[in-house]
Design a binder for this molecule. Structure first.
Ligand SMILES: CC(=O)SCCNC(=O)CCNC(=O)[C@H](O)C(C)(C)COP(=O)(O)OP(=O)(O)OC[C@H]1O[C@@H](n2cnc3c(N)ncnc32)[C@H](O)[C@@H]1OP(=O)(O)O
Ligand SMILES: CC(=O)C(=O)O
Length: 537
């Protein structure tokens, strides 16, 4: 017998409390549509009246199947709920549900609000009753509840009972500082239920400060809480909230015998896309190690793992990546054996029989190059080019005859010191040599550095290949000083993208950062020409 678990998303409110995150109203609408497609039950849209973006979002709310919720706080001391302007802004947003945060830790009541415990309980009751009286489904976020329970459980419970009696639909227990261990969360939730707050009225809201937010939420669910709150990709104040990107598949795939959620199986297959779409909105590189949806979540690097996965993927996978819309990869590195290699080459469309002597040559080359400072487990496009070279299947599109980069520091017309990087690249395509010159100046007149100048010069005139590279862009550039053999060398990893949504990474290594960057840039272009099926001139 399974029970229905309600999923409450707070990406647009607590997620916006992440340092460095500021959604526009249009972005909030896009994210709300993504959440709706996923099947969450509630979308907390923000705090109306707190800032212009949230107000603009609530002024033109998108239609959603999920219950749109406005967030705010209980009335301030000395005001009636009807005369509290913050509460009024929350109600004026016109959402079917509202969520009010209130203090439940005696320390906060005295130190942050500066009021008596009885006054706090009255404020909670009056605020909830006011919203219920305006026909809003009302949730009460019991801030710092777990710390409050340990400090003065009588007061913490009084706050919950006051909200429940005033008509709150949900009482949400918050581990606001994120420091409560999962076992303790489970014990306290069970004690709260025993004290008369029914599990089907209880929610859990955790933060990840001790790395336990998802575990704490699961402990609360196991103890009987029937609403779970969280955010996409675990965004949220400080270290973030419980990640719904982890909780949703965990609930669907591992708790199906205990609870059901509103997320249908076909929406679950859109989870990886949703997670990456949010990163795209935030202009963030997706975290590869993210459970279920990360680029490495189903990457089998070690030779023993890859060999077993080739026989049966379940040997090293806790779920099928297709269930969450992710894909299995078998990267190449010096941890790899022939099984990784055959699988990887097959993914690239290169069929090679087991026992082919080229396999041993490629493995030796990977190990030798990684000893020099290369790293192929992320730079799979450079690995492909190297493997093709060993297999004699690397098309020769063009040859770089020479390149030069200069950096000049000089005064501009307004007598300010400015830098200017300039690159010259000479390439030979077929029988024709082309010379391209480019500066690194951006639209605002700022210098973007020698690597930018080189990238622009290299991409400026590639004759018959130009149409293939026009939609390429550089999305990430990482530099590490590493030990190659006995010398310190620079390793540059570049992530590229194109108009078709492909992303690929390349690596270059040299004692000189410009040479290392150039090698990675060149690999990026060659890989793109191969993928596009360009014909060598
Ligand atoms: C745990 C959480 O994440 S809850 C969500 C927190 N989110 C945010 O704070 C983001 C949005 N907040 C804001 O934009 C602003 O803080 C506003 C508009 C809500 C209030 O702004 P201001 O009026 O300038 O107050 P300020 O932010 O300085 O302080 C909050 C005040 O509310 C009081 N307060 C805090 N929590 C509560 C509560 N649950 N109930 C009643 N009053 C509260 C504080 O004691 C403080 O009062 P004081 O000014 O008398 O000391
Ligand atoms: C309400 C909330 O975000 C918290 O207590 O963490």
């Amino acid at each position: 017998m399974t029970e229905r678990l309600t999923i409450y998303d707070t990406t647009l409110r607590d997620g916006q409390q992440t340092q460095g995150v500021q959604f526009s109203a249009a972005e909030k609408r896009r994210i709300a549509a993504m959440l709706d497609a996923l099947g969450v039950d509630y979308i907390e849209g923000g705090w109306p009246g707190a800032n212009p973006t949230d107000s603009a979002f609530f002024d033109a709310l998108p239609p959603t199947r999920a219950t749109m919720t406005a967030f705010g706080m209980t009335r301030r001391q000395g005001r009636s709920a009807a005369n509290d302007d913050v509460l009024a802004a929350v109600l004026n947003a016109g959402t079917p549900a509202v969520c009010l945060v209130g203090k439940t830790h005696d320390f906060h009541v005295r130190a942050a609000l500066g009021i008596e415990l009885a006054e706090n309980v009255e404020n909670i009751a009056a605020s909830v009753a006011h919203c219920v009286g305006k026909d809003r489904e009302t949730l009460f976020d019991a801030e710092h509840f777990f710390d409050g329970w340990l400090s003065d459980r009588g007061h913490a419970l009084d706050c919950l009972h006051a909200a429940l009696q005033a008509g709150a639909r949900w009482i949400v227990l918050c581990d606001t500082n994120g420091g409560t261990m999962p076992g303790r969360i489970g014990d306290i939730v069970a004690a709260v239920i025993a004290a008369g707050i029914p599990g089907d009225r209880l929610g859990i809201h955790t933060h990840d400060d001790a790395g336990c937010a998802v575990a704490g939420s699961l402990a609360a669910i196991e103890a009987g809480a029937r609403q779970v709150q969280g955010t996409l990709n675990g965004l949220g104040e400080r270290c973030g909230n419980a990640s719904l990107t982890t909780l949703i598949p965990t609930l669907a795939l591992k708790y199906a015998d205990r609870v059901t959620t509103g997320v249908p199986a076909d929406a679950l297959t859109g989870l990886t896309r949703t997670s990456r779409a949010l990163d795209d909105i935030l202009n963030r590189v997706p975290v590869a190690s993210r459970p279920y949806v990360g680029g490495s979540a189903f990457a089998h690097k070690a030779g023993l793992h890859a060999s077993a996965v080739a026989k049966n993927p379940a040997l090293y996978e806790h779920v099928d990546p297709a269930q969450v819309g992710n894909t299995r990869i078998v990267p190449m590195s010096n941890q790899a054996g022939q099984s990784n290699l055959i699988a990887r080459l097959a993914d690239m469309g290169l069929a090679v029989e087991k026992g082919d002597p080229a396999l041993a040559r490629i493995l030796d080359a990977v190990k030798a190059r990684e000893a020099e400072g290369y790293s192929y487990d992320t730079a799979q496009a450079s690995f492909e080019l190297m493997a093709r070279r060993e297999l004699g299947r690397l098309p020769r599109f063009f040859e770089v005859k020479r390149y030069r980069v200069t950096i000049e520091r000089r005064k501009d017309k307004r007598d300010r010191m400015v830098s200017l990087s300039e690159a010259v690249v000479v390439v030979k395509i077929g029988g024709t040599k082309t010379l391209s010159v480019s500066e690194s100046m951006d639209a605002g007149g700022g210098d973007r550095g020698p690597v930018n100048a080189l990238a622009k010069a290299l991409a400026k005139d590639l004759g018959p290949y130009q149409a293939h590279i026009d939609d390429m862009r550089l999305v990430d550039f990482k530099v590490r000083i590493t030990q190659g053999g006995t010398e310190a060398v620079t390793r540059v990893i570049i992530e590229h993208a194109d108009g078709e949504g492909r992303r690929w990474s390349t690596v270059g290594v040299s004692p000189n950062i410009v040479d290392a960057s150039f090698e990675a840039l060149l690999d990026g272009i060659q890989w793109k020409l191969i993928r596009d099926g360009a014909t060598p001139a």
